[in-house]
Design a protein around this ligand. Structure first.
Ligand SMILES: Cc1cc2nc3c(=O)[nH]c(=O)nc-3n(C[C@H](O)[C@H](O)[C@H](O)COP(=O)(O)OP(=O)(O)OC[C@H]3O[C@@H](n4cnc5c(N)ncnc54)[C@H](O)[C@@H]3O)c2cc1C
Length: 458
């Protein structure tokens, strides 16, 4: 007889969402979540310092995933939702050392200075681009270069990939990272044609096709910071959660699984949900399947340092009217980009102050995320000063380092997922959720956890 029907390992958003779905959809089951750390949330966290609210990792989610909004509603947090400032729609890309606004409407593209004239004309030739090579897991960069040209791939596609994944576009699999784009090309033969068709459809259905976060949804968080969601889930289900309980390994036994902790204590469970990063899942599954463990361990991660600066607004020489900017690797700067957090969510800085969240590192620059605090601060100050103009030192600095920040869906990721799925199918009752498999966003994590709970064997 097992101690629990279900054990969840990991108390980030994925594990907490799985716990919520079990408690609300399968209340008859006994469940326990074990978290290694002394706190819940994983990469989701918010600090409150001198009137600033500083998100450790993610700073929001797009409101396009109904499951996330439903979860928020079910835990009575809808009234706390905070949408990105509707008046702020600009986003910038650095080109030749200057910030250029990304044209948010097709008619603004021709007059924008984001690309050279030949670069823009090449983009307009998109419907006539060469077909996708058959049987090839194409990189995002090659896809971009083929469809809209090299300059746009360097100045639009690469920064988008580093903004979302901290990734290098030439290493990332289009099908794994942006399956929608892959499908759009497959179905319509052209991204322009696909977008036109989608706009027509949205118009027919009386829907608007975008918000200030782009066509894919509206950036949304909570009053006071993103950790509201993990804090609420944690307190709601506190009696089902054990903190400071790092799992060392898992073995199969008659009732299902025996989970062994680092202090050698054990619990037995019938189903087991691993809601930990894939490198941790690799460590705990070594005794269940060496093939599974090896394949999980092979999923690469990009390290990221999030450097938050608080400044008096009067000390910034640029009007921070926008979401922030991304830096193409061609520009040779030491940062990936910077989010103007207080322009997006006004309550993230006191009145008259501003907050920058600047990302350093990523898959193309593993060493930089490891720089000392002093070196990181010097680098971010130098680059922000050259781009937006800073007078003096920040009044607040906070650095959050993520050694295993964001999983990278390199070329071959979907083959790897096939191996993982095959191995999982052979171990009844074992489930994986989290951001390492089918999408890295919070929305993806929630969706994945919902699915996993639907697949429990009991
Ligand atoms: C800098 C940064 C910015 C991001 N920005 C965004 C954004 O704006 N929007 C967005 O949607 N997404 C963003 N993401 C991605 C998003 O944060 C993650 O996908 C998501 O938070 C992952 O949640 P998770 O629960 O799967 O994993 P995690 O948050 O990593 O949680 C895993 C948990 O498992 C625990 N654990 C690990 N090993 C063990 C063990 N052996 N035993 C017990 N417990 C264990 C860990 O302590 C941790 O608490 C960002 C990520 C980073 C790093």
């Amino acid at each position: 007889m097992a101690d629990y029907d279900v054990v969840i390992i990991g108390g980030g958003i994925s594990g907490l969402a799985a716990l919520h779905y079990i408690r609300t959809r399968r209340p008859e089951l006994s469940v326990r979540l074990f978290e290694a750390d002394g706190r819940l949330g994983g990469t989701v966290g918010t600090d409150h310092c001198n009137g600033y609210s500083l998100d450790w990792g993610p700073n929001g989610f797009l409101d396009r995933e109904p499951l996330t909004l439903q979860l928020v509603d079910e835990i009575a947090l809808s009234a706390q939702l905070e949408r990105a400032n509707a008046n702020v729609s600009n986003r910038f890309i650095l080109r030749l050392g200057k910030l250029r606004a990304v044209p948010m409407k097709p008619q603004k593209f021709l007059t924008s200075d984001i690309l050279s004239l030949p670069g823009k004309l090449r983009v307009l030739g998109e419907p006539f681009a060469a077909k996708a090579p058959e049987g090839v897991d194409e990189s995002i960069y090659d896809f971009g270069k083929r469809r809209i040209g090299r300059e746009a791939a360097d100045y639009l596609i690469q920064p988008m990939v580093s903004g979302v994944y901290g990734g290098v576009a030439s290493r990332m699999s289009l099908r794994a990272c942006f399956p929608m784009m892959y499908q759009m090309e497959s179905q319509y033969g052209s991204l322009f044609k696909a977008m036109l068709a989608k706009m027509k459809e949205a118009k027919r259905n009386g829907k608007k096709s975008g918000g200030p976060s782009g066509p894919a949804g509206w950036l949304t968080s909570f009053k006071g910071g993103l950790s509201r969601i993990t804090d609420e889930l944690g307190s709601r289900y506190a009696s089902d959660i054990a903190l400071n309980r790092p799992v060392l390994t898992v073995q199969k036994n008659d009732s299902g699984f025996q989970v062994r902790f680092t202090d050698s204590s054990t619990v037995d469970t019938r189903d087991l949900i691993l809601a930990v990063p894939s490198n941790h899942a690799a460590m705990v599954t070594g005794e269940l399947s060496s093939e599974l463990s090896k394949t999980l361990a092979a999923i690469p991660y990009a390290p990221i340092a999030v450097v938050c600066f608080g400044y008096d607004a009067s000390r910034i020489r640029t009007n921070l009217d926008g979401f922030g900017f991304l830096v193409p690797s061609k520009e040779g700067k030491g940062i990936l980009g910077s989010i103007w957090t207080s322009s997006i969510f006004a309550d993230r800085a006191p009145q008259g102050k501003v907050q920058f969240r600047t990302m350093v590192g990523g898959d193309g620059d593993h060493e930089s995320a490891k720089l000392s605090d002093g070196d990181l601060i010097a680098r971010v100050t130098r680059d922000l000063d050259s781009i937006v103009g800073l007078n003096g030192e920040p009044e607040l600095v906070k650095i959050y380092r993520w050694e295993y920040g964001i999983p990278q869906y390199h070329i071959g990721h979907l083959d790897r997922m096939q191996v993982i799925e095959r191995e999982l199918a052979a171990i009844k009752g074992l489930h994986l959720t989290g951001n390492a498999y089918y999408g890295i966003s919070l929305n993806d994590c929630v969706k994945q956890s919902f699915k996993v709970v639907g697949n429990l064997t009991i």
